[in-house]
Design a binder for this molecule. Structure first.
Ligand code: PLP
Length: 448
């Protein structure tokens, strides 16, 4: 297999391979995957994105199932986003000053999300998660810990990365916190209560430690499972209310993707704080924390600005809420708001693709575990149906998923090596059918 890939990509993607060599002289990581995990064996350097397609520097075209990790919900280069970007660029950007587009974007977010009275911007999901953590701790100064769920990813900060992705420790029912990366502060690990998402014991553990928990951070649509567990989220919401612990939904991926207004709109379960990112910048770097006034405005109510400044959490950032990002994000989100049919179509096409992939795998007699909802996919080759995140780490052939990614790349479909696959509003039924055809061919050849 390796020889076949080597021969193919040496001929088809010589410029990408040469750019990787060049990148090694100046960059710590040549590509996104390399920044996160390990170098891609056959990295793609892209010249242009257009709708649901990418063209690499060698002129190969690919149907894109990466979606830039989330922001490209409208596909790449959507006309409304391009126009907004051009118009905003004419002002040469404005930052660290007030401007109307920041207010307009905040108004849109607070109208869209049930749990949002106010917003504060940043440049990424990571930063806004940090804002959320700080606000929680400011509000409950006696409480040291942030409760989070094993495997859930909330960006790269020390606090958020504890027990994130495949970094796990301790028993499944009562996990122990573990550093998500070398260089993580021991204090961040100590200050984390790790729970098993969906497990009944998790609620007992949270109750037991309540006095020491400043906030609960959760991905309401865990990227690792691709499922919304409404029953568990309801129980978690009720417990947080009872214990007076702010519940923070990380809707960085799900925010404007699963529905306009996110998981909280779909389920009717309202968090105290919500972290947003990705889609809300229309393709430019952006993060936002939105929340209920009594939580997000904490420490701002004395009327004495100097006292307020001492008591409230610092939520700064030089480029936070800059004009270019806000204008571009606003254009993308207004388009989504004004075209609700986009979400219906995304859901329909997700079903189409899922049926096609399942059908092809079954025809080849290959075990496939596929989760596909609301344009978010993940697939592994296994018979098992894991009950909890910890179970997904056993008996799964990640190598096969990676081989599939390169195999499909040979035939013009870009599937990221790891992580979730995403559809965009720009994908057509014909492109979905082509993805299924390529998957069918790849799986057939892999079996041989
Ligand atoms: N939260 C979730 C659920 C994510 O998937 C990500 C990024 O993939 C983040 C937070 C971090 O966002 P960013 O990469 O913008 O810092």
């Amino acid at each position: 297999v390796r020889e076949r890939f080597d021969a193919h990509f040496a001929t088809a993607t010589p410029t990408s391979l040469a750019l990787r060599e060049r990148a090694r002289g100046s960059l710590v990581a040549a590509t996104h995957l390399d920044r996160y995990f390990f170098p891609s064996a056959y990295p793609l350097f892209v010249a242009e994105g257009d709708g649901a397609e990418l063209t690499d520097v060698d002129g190969n075209r690919y149907i894109d199932l990466g979606g830039g990790g989330g922001p490209a919900l409208l596909g790449r280069g959507h006309p409304v986003v391009r126009d907004a970007l051009r118009e905003a660029a004419a002002t040469c950007n404005i930052n660290a000053l007030g401007h109307e587009s920041e207010i307009a974007l905040a108004e849109l977010l607070t109208e869209a999300f049930p749990g949002a009275d106010r917003a504060v911007f940043s440049n990424s999901g990571t930063e806004s998660t940090l804002h959320a953590v700080r606000l929680c701790r400011a509000r409950r100064p006696g409480a040291r810990r942030i409760a989070k769920f094993e495997g859930h990813f909330h960006g790269f900060s020390d606090q958020a990365m504890v027990s994130s992705w495949f970094r796990v420790a301790g028993p499944r029912e009562e996990p122990e916190p573990i550093a998500g990366s070398p260089g993580t502060s021991a204090a961040a690990v100590r200050d984390t209560l790790v729970l098993q998402f969906g497990h009944p014991r998790s609620l007992e553990i949270l109750r037991r430690h309540a006095a020491d928990v400043a906030g609960v951070l959760v991905e309401p649509l865990p990227t690792t499972s691709g499922q919304i567990d409404r029953e568990y989220l309801t129980a978690l919401r009720e417990l947080c209310t009872e214990l007076d612990i702010p519940l923070v939904f990380d809707e960085v991926v799900s925010g404007f993707r699963v529905a306009y207004g996110g998981v909280q709109t779909l389920t009717g379960i309202t968090p105290d704080l919500t972290v947003l990112g990705k889609v809300i910048g229309g393709g430019l770097p952006c993060g936002a924390l939105v929340g209920k006034a009594e939580v997000i405005e904490y420490g701002r109510a004395t009327g004495d600005p100097f006292r307020d400044a001492e008591e409230r959490g610092f939520l700064g950032g030089t480029m936070s809420g800059n004009h270019l990002t806000c204008t571009t994000g606003l254009a993308a989100l207004r388009h989504l708001r004004d075209h609700p049919e986009i979400y219906r179509e995304l859901e329909r096409r997700t079903g189409l693709l899922a049926d096609g992939l399942r059908g092809a795998a079954a025809a080849h007699g290959v075990p496939l575990r596929l989760t596909a909802r609301h344009s978010v996919f993940s697939l592994t080759f296994t018979h098992k149906d894991p009950a909890y995140f910890r179970d997904t780490l056993h008996g799964v052939n990640f190598q096969a998923t990676m081989v599939l990614a390169y195999w499909m790349r040979m035939y013009g479909v870009y599937l990221p090596e790891l992580h979730a696959f995403l559809l965009s509003a720009a994908h057509t039924d014909a492109q979905v059918a082509e993805v299924v055809r390529v998957f069918d061919r790849a799986v057939g050849e892999m079996k041989e």
